[in-house]
Ligand binder design. Structure first.
Ligand code: SF4
Length: 379
């Protein structure tokens, strides 16, 4: 079995911490501002939601994301990890990740988070240029990123990621950001294109005539990132993610391998027993449900049959390793659209695996997959 496919056996859990100091203009995550007085109550609600989940296998990977988890008291987060460990157990060397903003980080906080059980940190660096950070609505200064990375290392975090964003309109500092990020020798680098999501402040600005991200410039920026990351010894394993050997994120690998995973907290999405479900996105509704011991689910969708097969390929093609073609991959390959993609060197069938060779066209391949008609029902 390919290493990427073995990730389907990883037991992963996601925990969402929604608190933020203010809303960044491009953000469409489930977040709240001006509600920091609720963090302890929220963590308690998380433990109640965790206790309600039917016992599973020991967890290999826990990812605490947000929002801004680094705004919350490490001891409160430790209680959430304790609840997960009590309910499901942890495997021998679990990956326990936390997302953090550089401005919240200090050696004391890093040590407290290590004490609570975290061993991996992902910093929302986004840019090393102060004007670009300002445009993105971020609160930190570039030099705070290095300070945060050094403190994380000193505290004993064994894996450090930097998230960076490219394609901010008017940003001429992408090269500078890559050099600065890679000079910190991160174990993992995630490079994301700025996207204009409906309902965000950025969406309103662009609709009102402001300049939005330029897809051609974003494609160039991705190519620049790929060359820089690889020359710094990082290996790409997914469209937007590079890692030193041994530092690919198990939580991500599990999701792309269509593994089942747990998820807790505001707006969190999970996949268990062939059902995808998601939680309430409104904080008070979520808290009230969790505190009553009621379900926090706002909706669910069964993922079975052809839907599941298409999803398996849809998720798997994001990986450099590609995915076993199977019925959906074969159907794509033999379709008119698939043949056109193959002719232009976008996709390839390699030893029974469907692989996207022109990474920046992964979304186009995904759209072609989703447009495939389900196979006729056999009698
Ligand atoms: S810090 Fe992150 S989660 Fe919070 S508003 Fe900004 S982008 Fe969204």
């Amino acid at each position: 079995m390919e290493l990427a496919d073995r990730a389907a056996t990883i037991r992963a859990a996601y925990v969402h911490i929604p608190f933020c100091a203010r809303l960044c203009p491009y953000c469409d995550f489930a977040v709240v501002t001006d509600r920091d007085d609720q963090t302890a109550r929220y963590c308690k609600a998380l433990t109640l939601e965790i206790e309600r989940e039917k016992e599973w296998a020991p967890l290999d990977s826990i990812y605490v994301g947000g929002g801004t988890p680094s705004r919350v008291d490490p001891q409160q987060l430790g209680l959430v990890l304790d609840a997960l460990a009590a309910q499901h157990g942890f495997s021998e060397e679990p990956e326990v990740s936390i997302e953090a903003n550089p401005e919240d980080w200090s050696l004391d906080r890093a040590l407290a988070l290590r004490q609570a059980g975290f061993n991996r940190v992902s910093f929302g660096a986004q840019s090393f240029n102060s004007s670009t950070l300002l445009r993105l609505g971020r609160r930190h200064q570039p030099d705070q990123i290095a300070v945060a990375v050094f403190a994380a290392r000193e505290a004993g975090f064994s894996s450090i990621n930097l998230d960076v964003i490219f394609g901010t309109p008017g940003d001429g500092s992408w090269g500078e950001t890559l050099v600065a990020a890679l000079s910190l020798r991160p174990d993992h680098l995630s490079c994301y294109a700025l996207t204009v999501e409906p309902g965000t402040e950025l969406f309103r600005q662009v609709a009102a005539g402001s300049r939005g991200p330029d897809p051609d410039q974003q494609a160039d920026a991705w190519e620049t990132a790929a060359a820089a990351a690889e020359s710094a010894g990082l290996v790409r394993y997914e469209v937007s993610n590079w890692a030193r050997p041994g530092h690919a994120v198990n939580y991500n690998l599990a999701v792309w391998a269509q593994a089942e995973y747990l998820a807790f907290g505001l707006g969190a999405h999970r996949f268990r027993s062939k059902v995808r479900s998601h939680n309430y996105r409104h904080l008070d509704t979520y808290l009230a449900a969790a505190e009553k011991g009621a379900s926090t689910w706002a909706g669910e969708e069964p993922i079975e049959g052809w839907t599941s097969e298409v999803e398996r390929v849809f998720l798997g093609i994001r990986r450099v390793a590609g995915v076993r073609a199977g019925p959906a991959g074969e159907a794509l390959w033999h379709s008119d659209e698939g043949q056109t993609l193959a002719k232009h060197g976008v996709i390839e069938l390699d030893g029974g695996r469907l692989v996207v060779r022109r990474t920046l066209l992964t979304d186009a391949v995904a759209r072609a997959l989703l447009a495939l008609p389900p196979p006729p029902i056999q009698n």
